[in-house]
Structure formats: C-alpha cells, structure tokens
Ligand binder design. Structure first.
Ligand code: IFM
Length: 802
C-alpha cells in the first residue's frame, strides 16, 4: 500500500493517506533546539539535550501511539463539532476528513480539510533560534460565514530530565506551575529555589500566540483533557472554553484558544510559539510574529540553508527512487545522524548523553561528499577521544575534556571497556576527508589525546594501528575485546575478530599511503611487512573455500565456520574482505557469490545465517534476540551499504544495484505496510525470513545505515572516489543505465559529469574526457580542473560474463 510520494521540486515527502503504519517523522531545529514531529503532529522538543533539556513530553511506545504532540484543534462554535489540524488525535472519519503532510528539510506542513474549513500548519524552528513556531493558516472554504475556535496545545514536561519526568513522579509532579500573561502561558520550574542571572526565578518556558487575541487559556493538562478522556476528546475543546485555569503542582500544559469569525473565502493566520525563554524575551519573540511576513522569510531562509548544502551533489539517473534518496532523503538523514547521533527519535528516548565513537566516525562519512568543512571539527573532536594508547573511547561525553578523561579500567570511568574497532573507523573517514577537501596538511595537525599528551594526526593513526597490533590473539589477528562492530559478539579476552582484522588491513593500507606521502620510510617498511603478514594469516587461517570466518574464540573454536550448525556464514567478513583489499579476485568473487546464494533475501542480505537458536556460545549475545531479528540474523541495514560497496568495487554493477534496491526505503513506497517505517529513511534492521514479519523495519532515522548506504552509492555505484590528487571515477551501475549525469561541487570547482554506457556495461575501466581532453586513466587530477568542468565518462564494452 502507498501512503505518499516524493515531490522532488521542493524536496518534500508528501503523505496523502494519514493512517500510516507507524508515525512517520521528521526532524526540525539544530543542536541548540531540537524537535521531532510526526505526520500526526506527535513528537517532542528539547533544548540541546534530549536527555536533560526535554521541553515537550512524549509517551514512547504507548497506546494510543504517538502522543502527545503539537496539536491544533478547530471547533465549530455553531455545531459544536471539532477536529484536529492533523488527522490524529481527534481522528475524524477519513471519508469526511482530508489531510496531507509535507515533510520537508527541517520543516513540516500539515494540512486538513473538513466541514468547509481548511487549515495548513507549518512547523519549524527558525535558523539560529531556540524556539519553534507553528504557523496556522485557517480558511473558510464555504459560502457562509463561520464561527470557529482554534486551540493550540502543548504538553510540557515537568522536568527537563526525561527519566525524572517519566518516573520520579513523587518529585516532578510538584515542582512546576503555570500562569497566563497577555498572550502566553508561562511555565515556571523550581522557582522558589533557583534564581537566574537575569533576576528571574527558576526555569521559564512559554507557549504564546501571535495574530489573534487569546479568548481563553488553560495551563493544566488534566483540566484541559478532563477525567477519563484523552487528546481525542478533550473536555475543554468539547465545551468550547478553556476556563482560564493555571496548573499548580500537577502536569503543566500550554493551551491557548482564539475565537475567529471567518467570512466566506476568508483566511486568517496565527502563530503559536514555544520555547524556554523568560517572559520578557517571550514577549519580544511573539511580537515579531504579529507581522505575517516574518515566518515566511524564516521559512525561505531555512530552505536556502538546506539547498545550499544539498545542491553540492546531485545525480540524475534513470531510477527516480535512487535520485530521491541520494539527492535528498538519504543525504538529509546523514545530516540528521551527524547532528543528533543516537540522541533522540521515537525509538531513542534521549538518554545517551554523548557520541558513540564508531557511530559518530561513520556518520561523518555520510556528509563528506557534501560539506567536508562541516565534518572537519567533528573529526578533530573524535581524534581527541582517542587515548594515548591508540584506542578510541567507546563514548565521548557531551562535556568531553581532552587531556582529562578517565580511561576504561581507571576509577571514575563508568562506561564500557575498549572495543576492538573504534579507532579503526578513523582511517576511511580521514582518507575520504582528505580526498574531498584536499587538506593533506590535516595529517600534521596536533590534537590532544583523551587522557594525556598530544600528537599530530599521523601519529594518532599510527597509534591506532599499534593498538590493534599489540592486542593480537594466538593467530596474530586483533582480539575482539569487549566487542567489535557487532555489539553482541564477545569473543573472550583473547578471541580474535576477522572483521577487525580486515579493518586493520584497510587501516594499514591507508596509513601506507600517508606514510609514502610523508616519505616516512621506516613506517612504510614496517607497514608493508605487517600488512603482508596479516593478509597471509587471514587467507591461510580464515578462508574456508567459499567464505571467510567471522572469528576465532580464545578456545580456538572457529566462529562462522562452514560446518557450524548455526551462524556458519557471516556477511561482514565477506564484504570487508573486498573493501579492505585483502581478498584476491578469485576469493572475493567466491565470497560474494556465497553471500548471494545463501544470505540474500527480498529485503537484502541477512547479517548471518542460520540465526542462533540452540548452539550459541556464551559470547554470542545476539541469541537474546529472536531469530531473524537485530544481530541475530536480520537484514542488518548498515551492513547492506558495505555489501553494495564491495560489489561495486568488484565492478559488479548489477549485483550492487540489486542489493541497493532491496534495501532502499523508497523502493518500498508502494508496499509501505510491510516495511512500516518511513519510506524516505533507512532504519537499523529489517526482520529476516525466519520472522513471521519478514520485511518489517525498525529503529528509524538514527542509524549508521544512512552513511554506509550513502557511501555505497557515491563511492560505489556512482564510483566517485576523491583522493589527495584528484577524483577517481569508476562507476559500477546496472547495465541498463545507458546514460546518467552527476553534478558535483569539488573543492570549489563544479563538475558536470555525463556517464555514457552505450554497450550496457556494469563496471570496468572507463575513458574520461575532461573539458575536451582525454585523460590517460580514471583519475581526474585536481590541478587540471577549471572552475566549471564538463566531463564525459564512457563505460567500456559489455562484460561477456553478464
Ligand atoms: O555497530 C553497532 C552500532 O554501534 C550500534 N547499533 C548496532 C551496531 C551493530 O551491533
């Protein structure tokens, strides 16, 4: 079933059928003020931290779903009938009520049409501001005068700390009150014990109205909703009067009512504004919205802000769904994961107060092709989360103080021990950053370690390699430590991880390039020797004829061995054997072929097979999950990106594209009832064939899938791989893509690339003509670029093996 469509002209996803299988969400705001909103206007807001700055309350995982929200009610003062500007929470019959939700880049517009009245509510956080605006346009579509009331409704948290607000009710129910002032409700917190710098008391929040006088108000949730009622039928709306009631020591809310008379065809505009600001500031903010042009200007600014970022890379292929995702939605999701990490969604309740090391370093890769300069500071931050012994801290706290961080094992450290993979993610990220920006001098930049001391980036990277080499097991492969990329895989102190070994091999190759550039002969020889040894071990010990192992436990038992009754084939070692460059052509082909035969499903390749049921070892913690769910054999979405990339690197465009389509949300727009998550964002995983809900996806928005799939599309399928010298172009596309174009902004230059594929190839060596001149190979040297460049890339003759 289809619930909406992609509108490329304005980069929006338009939901035309409001009863979506799940609330379909969007993100508003910035790190200073974040908000998440669903197509039913459900969701919540927070100042800086989803954990501690929670402003609007949201009941996660509850029935009815997706409450509370940013609700606007409309009531007909003659008939007493009422509805909401979003289909829920009132939920009028869909044969009478029409609704459309347009999720755009950092704004959402929800429209309704019912009983001759239409509404359009724009929700956004203006750029650089720390409050949100709900701009309502309401119009009398009929031929007679209408008398209506409009109610804007926000449910405040009583405590900014999400956990306290949700569970510590014997405290948090008694610390706030509300009052009304002119055109706004103020919520005051802890006012008897806290004094702010400006002389005001406690913490203050406001919910105000511009554009019409307030005719009545309510600051108490229970008074508004009424006993044994819900947001579907609040007593105050039913009655048509909010009663002017404040809250004192209960649940605070902000409800403002405006009574309007609308002539036939007449439209009115109101703005509700919500934020955490003292009253005097609230007054100033609200007065700006008395001018209806203010919000229009801010909306334009917001659109320009995003357009400026996304227009730096756009592709026009024969596949519209591919274009929607790469040009807009996958890109936007990469920005959202970059900004919010795993902080706040409808699945993440906002409790993680920091940046997971590996997640963040991977997230950075998703925006590098667009704004390397934006990634720069974050990369530096991540290096300052590396300890002097070379490992990455598992989590970088929001109050990270490089040079002073306690380490795993030391008193005062209260997070997980080291993982084996964290620092190794820095290598592809730095290589891609340097390729995009050309900033090779970054390697010389001195950055402090998390615990003590400092070194240049090159030395940071050397230590990361050294850490892995020093933590080797019986076969000389890196040990798995607390876990590797797979949070659920514990090999034991001395158990070895093949996935990390491939990562280490990739890291060494990248470092070798840097060492050569720096003419560091000792490091070159050392790395050549070490990487040769590692490659040999991986191929001698871990290859099983058609697959690589997943690991070797400290007991010597092999994980992912072909004779194991369960989990005898794992996806990641196969794809990473190719990505790392460790497998030779024959083994790479064989490993990928085994994956295709054994792991592929309609929705992508499962992470391993068969899932654990009876034969899990102690450290196989994925056994806690049901078979075909999460790490226990689902289609783990992040790993699809690596598989697509691996096939692309082999020049297998058809396979790469097959996997891409299987996991692409947009591809499932017409059967959204199966996938259930938003068709415009990747999720964390999709249930596999042993689940009765095969194809159902979970954990929307904040997932590493966004960046791995983006990297797979840009570097893999489209084949654009910037290096320090210039840009390599090596597409691996489906053979029926006969021509496509890419526009890319590259270090201040514009590239207009046309890829021609007259013979239906799926990969292979290309011929490139740059501004009329044929290049000797697939590298476009940066030095040869003009400000504007026309490139014609011709793919070779068809591969007879296809
Ligand atoms: O790698 C992890 C990630 O850091 C968090 N989500 C699950 C992944 C696989 O276990």
């Amino acid at each position: 079933m289809k619930y909406g469509y992609f509108d490329d002209t304005c980069r929006e996803y338009v939901i035309t059928k409001p009863d979506t299988p799940e609330p379909w969400a969007n993100y508003l705001g910035s790190p200073e003020y974040g908000a998440i909103i669903s197509n039913q206007a459900g969701g919540y807001s927070f100042v800086r931290s989803g954990a501690n700055g929670r402003l609007l309350r949201y009941r996660f995982n509850s029935v009815p779903a997706d409450q509370a929200g940013r609700y606007i009610y409309v009531r007909d003062r003659e008939s007493g009938d009422y509805w909401s500007g979003s289909w829920q929470p009132v939920g009028k019959p869909l044969d009478l009520y029409r609704s459309e939700c347009r999720h755009g880049l950092s704004y959402t517009v929800i429209s309704s049409s019912y009983s001759g009245i239409s509404t359009e509510t724009l929700y956004l956080v203006p750029l650089g501001k720390t409050y949100e605006v709900w701009r309502l346009k309401i119009r009398n579509e009929g031929g007679r005068k209408r008398a209506v009331s409009v109610f804007g409704c926000a449910e405040f948290t009583n405590d900014g700390n999400y956990e306290q607000d949700a569970v510590n009710l014997q405290y948090t129910q008694f610390i706030t009150r509300t009052c009304f002032h002119r055109n706004r409700i103020l919520q005051l917190h802890n006012e008897c014990c806290r004094r702010n710098a400006d002389g005001s008391n406690g913490e203050e929040r406001f919910f105000g109205l511009a554009g019409a006088p307030v005719s009545s108000w309510c600051g108490d949730r229970e008074e508004f909703v009424g006993p044994y009622r819900s947001y579907a039928n609040p007593i105050a709306v039913e009655r048509g009067d909010c009663g002017n009631v404040p809250n004192y020591g209960g649940n605070s809310a902000g409800v403002l009512q405006a009574d309007l008379d609308l002539e036939p065809g007449e439209e009115r505009q109101l703005c509700f504004v919500l934020g955490a600001h003292p009253d005097a500031e609230a007054d100033k903010i609200l007065s700006e919205y008395e001018d209806p042009r203010c919000i229009e200007t801010q909306w334009e600014e917001l659109k320009d802000f995003w357009e400026e970022k996304l227009c730096r890379f756009s592709v026009h292929t024969p596949d519209e769904n591919f274009n929607h995702m790469v040009n807009t939605w996958n890109a936007y999701q990469c920005f959202i994961t970059f900004i919010w990490s795993r902080a706040a969604s409808f699945t993440y309740c906002g409790l993680r107060n920091g940046l997971g090391f590996r997640d963040t370093v991977q997230d950075i890769q998703g925006i590098l092709h667009l704004v390397p300069e934006m990634a720069f500071e974050r990369i530096r931050l991540m290096f300052s989360g590396q300890t002097s012994c070379g490992a990455g801290l598992p989590l970088i706290g929001f109050h990270h103080e490089p040079g002073h961080v306690k380490l795993p094992g030391e008193p005062g450290y209260d997070y997980d021990p080291y993982r084996a993979d964290d620092a190794l993610w820095l290598f592809p990220t730095v290589a891609q950053y340097i390729g995009e920006s050309g900033n090779i001098r970054f390697l010389d930049e001195v950055i402090p370690f998390a615990d003590h001391g400092e070194a240049d980036v090159y030395e940071h990277l050397r230590r990361a390699v050294r850490f892995s080499l020093e933590h080797g097991g019986a076969h000389g492969l890196p040990v798995g430590l607390y876990a590797d990329w797979n949070d659920c895989l514990r090999m034991g102190e001395q158990g070895e991880s093949v996935f990390v070994a491939f990562q280490l091999y990739q890291a060494m190759r990248i470092l070798l390039d840097f060492a050569r550039i720096r003419k560091d002969g000792d490091t070159v020889s050392e790395l050549e020797e070490q990487s040769r040894k590692l490659r040999k071990t991986l191929n001698d010990v871990c290859w099983q004829g058609d697959r690589y192992l997943r690991g070797i436990r400290e007991s010597g038992e092999k994980v992912g061995s072909r004779d194991d009754p369960e989990a005898n084939l794992w996806l990641n070692p196969q794809s990473w054997s190719v990505i790392s460059g460790c497998a030779d052509e024959e083994r790479a082909r064989a490993a990928l072929e085994t994956v295709h035969q054994r792991l592929n499903t309609e929705y992508g390749a499962v992470i391993m097979d068969p899932p654990y049921r009876e034969h899990a070892f102690d450290g196989a913690r994925m056994r806690l999950f049901l078979p075909s769910v999460k790490e226990n054999g689902s289609v783990f979405s992040q790993a699809q990106g690596w598989l697509i990339l691996a096939e692309s690197l082999m020049g297998h465009g058809n396979r790469a594209y097959e996997y891409y389509r299987e996991c692409s949300p947009a591809e499932q727009n017409d059967r959204a009832e199966i996938r259930r998550l938003e068709p415009y964002v990747h999720g964390q995983f999709v249930e596999g064939p042993q689940s009765p809900h095969e194809g159902r996806a979970h954990v929307h928005w904040l997932t590493g899938t966004a960046s791995t799939v983006m990297v797979a599309c840009v570097r893999g399928i489209l084949g654009l791989r910037p290096t320090a010298e210039g840009i390599q172009i090596q597409p691996a596309v489906p053979s029926d893509w006969k021509e496509f174009t890419i526009d890319k902004f590259y270090r201040g230059k514009r590239l207009h690339i046309t890829v021609k594929n007259p013979n239906g190839a799926q990969g292979g060596p290309v011929r490139i003509v740059l501004n009329g001149e044929t290049l000797p190979d697939s590298l476009v040297p940066f030095g040869q670029l003009e400000n504007e460049n026309e490139l014609v890339v011709t793919m070779p003759g068809a591969d007879p093996a296809q």
